[in-house]
Write a protein that binds this ligand. Structure first.
Ligand code: ADP
Ligand code: MG
Length: 399
C-alpha cells in the first residue's frame, strides 16, 4: 500500500475519501472525533500544495433517486462548517456530489484550498451492488480530480464507488489515518504481547460471532458483556428475563463456547447484572446475580461483582482490544460497567486498542482521557472485519 508522501500532489486536485460520518442531533454534531481524526491527512495535503476536494458520506439518506435523497438529507453542511473551524479556513460545500456544482468547485480551487462535495450517498449508485452502476458514478468522481487519497477507514469494509471503484481510475495512496489504523490492527493480529485480552460488548451477538470465532485463534481471554452477553448466559442455562436475546443464535453461541474450551481460551461472562423495570434512563433498577435474574426485568448493565471480575481479568493484560459498550452507557445510571472497563484498560501500560463508534463515544462521554489508550479506532465495522480475517475492499483497492 502506497503511503501519502509517495503521491505527487502539488498543484493537483486530490479527491480525498474521508470518513466524516459523525453522530448528529438534528444538525448539531454531538461527537466530532471522526472530523478531528481526518485532519492530519488534510493538513499534509494542504502543506504540500494540493487542492483538496473531500468526498464523504453522512447518515443514511433514503429515497429511490438522487433528488429524493438530496431533499431528505442529511447534508454535509454542518460537517463542512466544523471542518472549517478546525482548519481555521472556510471549507465550501458543493451543491451536488459529482455534477455541475462539484466540477465548478474543483475548477475554482487554488493550491492549499479545501472544499467538499455533498453527501456521496445522495447518489444511489454509491452503494449499488451492480459494478456497472457504480462505475458510472466512479468515473464522474474521478473526473473531478487527478489523484485519489483513501483515508476513510470506517468505510473501507464497503464495496462502494467512492471507496472501491474510484482508486482504480486515478493515481492513489492511503491517507495517514488509514495507515495508522491498519498498522495497529496488524500489531493485534501478528504475534501480540501476551496475555492478549479482548472485551466485547454491544447489543447483539450476531454482529460479533464472526470476530469471536477468529479471535479464538489469537486471544488468551475473551470477556463478554453488554447486550450480547445475555444470549451467552441463556446458552449456559441461565434465565435472563426480558433482556435482549437472540434465540436463533443460541446454538452457534454454544458451539463458540465449546470451541473456546477446546482451544484453552478463557471466556468470561457476567456474574451479576443490573436489571431495569423498563428501557428508560430513570427506570427502577436493582442488581441481581445471574443465577437469580427476575422474569420481569431487562439487563441494562453489568453489576458490581462483574465490574471487579472484569477489572481483575484485565489487570495482567499486555495487549487489549475492546469493542462494544458493556451496558446502556447512554443512560448515566447504567454506565458504571462501561466506565469500569474503560478505566481498567486505561490503567494498562501495554497496547490498548478501542474499536467501534459507540465504544469511542463512550470513552469520550465518560471522560476517560483518550491519551490513556494506545489507539482509538474510528471504524467499528472495518476493524472487526479486519480482525475477522476478511479482506477489506477499500484496502484491496489501495493496493
Ligand atoms: P460499537 O459501535 O462500539 O461497535 P455496538 O454498536 O456494537 O458498539 O453497540 C453499542 C450499543 O450497545 C450501545 O448503544 C449500547 O447502548 C448497547 N448496549 C450495550 N449493552 C446493552 C444492554 N445490556 N442492553 C441493550 N443495549 C446495550
Ligand atoms: Mg455501533
Amino acid at each position: 500500500m502506497k503511503g501519502l508522501d509517495a503521491l505527487d500532489v502539488a498543484g493537483q486536485v486530490v479527491l480525498l475519501r474521508a470518513d466524516l460520518n459523525v453522530p448528529l442531533d438534528g444538525t448539531t454534531i454531538t461527537d466530532d472525533g471522526r472530523i478531528r481524526a481526518s485532519l492530519p491527512t488534510i493538513k499534509n495535503l494542504r502543506e504540500r500544495g494540493a487542492r483538496v476536494l473531500i468526498v464523504a458520506h453522512l447518515g443514511r439518506p433514503s429515497g429511490a433517486n438522487y433528488a429524493d435523497r438530496a431533499a431528505g438529507g442529511p447534508s454535509l453542511a454542518p460537517v463542512a462548517a466544523r471542518l472549517g473551524e478546525l482548519l481555521g479556513t472556510p471549507v465550501p460545500l458543493a451543491d451536488d456530489v459529482a455534477g455541475e456544482s462539484a466540477r465548478a468547485m474543483a475548477a475554482a480551487l487554488a493550491d492549499g484550498d479545501v472544499a467538499m462535495v455533498e453527501n456521496v450517498r445522495f447518489e444511489p449508485a454509491e452503494t449499488s451492488k451492480d459494478d456497472a452502476v457504480r462505475s458510472e458514478l466512479a468515473a464522474r468522481l474521478a473526473g473531478l480530480a487527478s489523484a485519489y487519497v483513501g483515508d476513510g477507514f470506517g468505510a473501507l469494509h464497503r464495496r462502494h464507488a467512492s471507496v472501491y471503484d474510484v482508486p482504480a481510475l486515478l493515481p492513489h495512496a492511503a491517507g495517514e489515518l488509514v495507515t495508522a489504523e491498519v498498522s495497529v490492527l496488524e500489531r493485534l493480529t501478528r504475534d501480540p504481547a501476551r496475555p492478549y485480552v479482548v472485551v466485547l460488548g454491544g447489543s447483539k451477538p450476531s454482529d460479533k460471532l464472526g470476530v469471536i470465532r477468529n479471535l479464538l485463534a489469537g486471544a488468551d481471554r475473551i470477556l463478554i458483556g453488554g447486550g450480547m452477553s445475555y444470549t451467552f448466559l441463556k446458552a449456559k442455562g441461565y434465565e435472563v428475563g426480558k433482556s435482549l436475546l437472540e434465540t436463533d443464535k443460541i446454538d452457534e453461541v454454544t458451539k463458540v463456547m465449546a470451541e473456546a474450551a477446546e482451544r484453552g481460551v478463557e471466556l468470561v461472562l457476567p456474574v451479576d447484572l443490573v436489571g431495569a423495570a423498563e428501557f428508560a434512563p430513570d427506570a427502577d433498577h436493582d442488581v441481581y446475580p445471574v443465577t437469580d435474574f427476575p422474569a420481569d426485568r431487562e439487563g441494562v448493565d453489568m453489576g458490581p461483582a462483574t465490574r471487579e471480575l472484569f477489572a481483575a481479568k484485565l489487570a495482567d493484560a499486555a495487549t487489549v482490544f475492546w469493542n462494544g459498550p458493556v451496558g446502556v452507557f447512554e443512560f448515566p445510571a447504567f454506565s458504571a460497567g462501561t466506565r469500569a472497563v474503560a478505566e481498567a484498560i486505561a490503567a494498562l501500560p501495554g497496547l490498548t486498542v478501542v474499536g467501534g463508534g459507540d465504544s469511542a463515544a463512550a470513552v469520550r462521554t465518560l471522560g476517560v482521557p483518550e491519551s490513556k489508550f494506545s489507539h482509538i479506532s474510528t471504524g467499528g465495522g472495518a476493524s472487526l472485519e479486519y480482525l475477522e480475517g476478511t479482506m477489506l475492499p477499500g484496502l484491496e483497492a489501495l493496493g
